[in-house]
Ligand binder design. Structure first.
Ligand code: NAP
Ligand code: ZN
Length: 367
């Protein structure tokens, strides 16, 4: 028995936004939440603004979102939205601006107070619903447009932390064109993130027949673009495939959550500023080696959907597209396992995990 819930209305394909302008308008005053450059470089911001102008919707462009947004920045974004009187949000960008829009929507409606401290956002319980939001992804990696998660950097715990609420589900516009100007390394890092979502979702204990079906299809679609991703010759079709595979990955983890690849990736991002997708991609092969031992059939099916014959082939592929950062030591990596072993997704791993196992996984991946 399984249930499947995914209430985001998707508009997918070339000119998905321009052909469905009315679907962007979820209120009367819009705050457009985007990164410093992704809105402009993707071309999505100018499409959005031309629609808002034509429809005479007052808007504020809030292009202050940094990579791995912090909790404090989200509170400030909520204040800006409230001051402007926004009643809906349009998130444009990679996972950072999309997750930021989600959190800003919560803080706009629920300003910090004596009874609601910023950290209380992680309970996922708010007095007022977050603002409605339209999402326009400009990277092909996180699938944030279809997940109920917002992942924030929290300095007080020196880590990243997620919260979730079904209220985040909105409209999303997926146009591969908006990922065209992604630098190759960002396209590779974010594709590795989507691959992790698909593989972790497929192999984790919370997988269902429904999510397996989506995950295998996501891996098959992604597999079509991998040769070009390796050569650095992505075509429009490849970009479309990667964006759709990323969305399918989001649909999977929205049901299954992720595994230790993600919780072990967070310290790499927090302490070493390693991009999210790269951090996960560096750990993926060691995870799949362990998964092969307990789920040989599923692992084989996943690899074959990607067009690969073995975990070794996956490992060589990832090594070819992902730079391996230097500067790790056994002592630092062992220290990180103190926190990562407490992550809730340890329990969803298909194999038993101890702190020592996590340390070994870090060593084999990063030293
Ligand atoms: P990102 O942090 O959103 O963006 C990475 C970089 O790509 C930024 O420098 C950005 O530039 C640039 N960029 C984005 N789109 C571009 C485009 N079309 N052309 C040129 N440059 C572009 O990266 P991400 O990997 O997509 O998102 C990572 C975040 O998502 C992390 O915080 C992670 O924890 C979170 N995440 C969330 C979920 C979820 O379910 N909610 C799942 C996985 C990951 P600018 O900054 O200048 O705009
Ligand atoms: Zn991820």
């Amino acid at each position: 028995m399984f249930t499947y819930y995914m209430p985001t209305k998707l508009y997918v394909g070339e000119d998905a936004l321009l052909k469905n302008e009315n679907a962007l308008i979820l209120g009367k005053r819009a705050m457009v939440v985007t990164g410093k450059s992704s809105g402009e470089k993707s071309g999505a911001l100018s499409d959005v603004l031309s629609i808002l102008k034509a429809k005479e919707i007052p808007y504020l462009v809030y292009d202050k979102i940094e990579n791995n947004p912090t909790l404090e920045a989200m509170v400030a974004g909520g204040t800006a939205a409230r001051k402007f009187g926004a009643d809906f949000l349009i998130g444009i960008g990679g996972g950072s601006p999309l997750d930021a829009a989600k959190a800003i929507g919560v803080f706009c409606q629920n300003p910090p107070s004596e009874t609601f401290a910023p950290e209380d956002v992680f309970t996922g319980v708010f007095a007022k619903k977050p603002l409605p939001m339209a999402a326009i992804p400009t990277t092909a990696g996180t699938g944030s447009e279809v997940t109920q998660y917002s992942i924030l950097t929290v300095r007080s715990i020196e880590n990243k932390k997620s919260f979730s609420t079904p209220e985040f589900y909105t409209a999303a516009f997926l146009d591969g064109r908006y990922t065209k100007n992604l630098p190759l390394q960002i396209a590779r890092n974010t594709a590795a993130d989507a691959m992790c979502h698909l593989l972790e979702g497929l192999t984790c204990r919370r997988a269902t027949d429904g999510t397996d079906y989506i995950a295998l299809e996501g891996l098959r679609v992604m597999g079509k673009a991998l040769p070009s991703l390796l050569k650095g010759t992505l075509t429009d079709k490849d970009r479309e495939h990667l964006l759709w595979a990323s969305c399918l990955g989001g649909m999977v983890i929205a049901q299954t959550a992720t595994t230790i690849v993600h919780s072990m990736g967070y310290p790499l991002t927090y302490h070493m500023d390693i991009p999210h997708g790269l951090a996960n991609g560096l750990l993926l092969s060691e995870y799949m080696r362990r998964t092969e031992g307990v789920l040989p059939e599923k692992t084989k099916a996943a690899l074959s959907a990607l067009g690969m014959e073995s975990v070794e082939a996956l490992s060589s592929f990832l090594q070819a597209i992902l730079p391996k950062p230097a500067g790790f030591t056994e002592a630092v990596l062992t220290g990180w396992t103190e926190k990562t072993i407490l992550a809730k997704n340890v329990a969803t791993c298909p194999f038993p995990v101890t702190r020592e196992d996590e340390a070994q996984m870090y060593f084999a991946s990063l030293l």
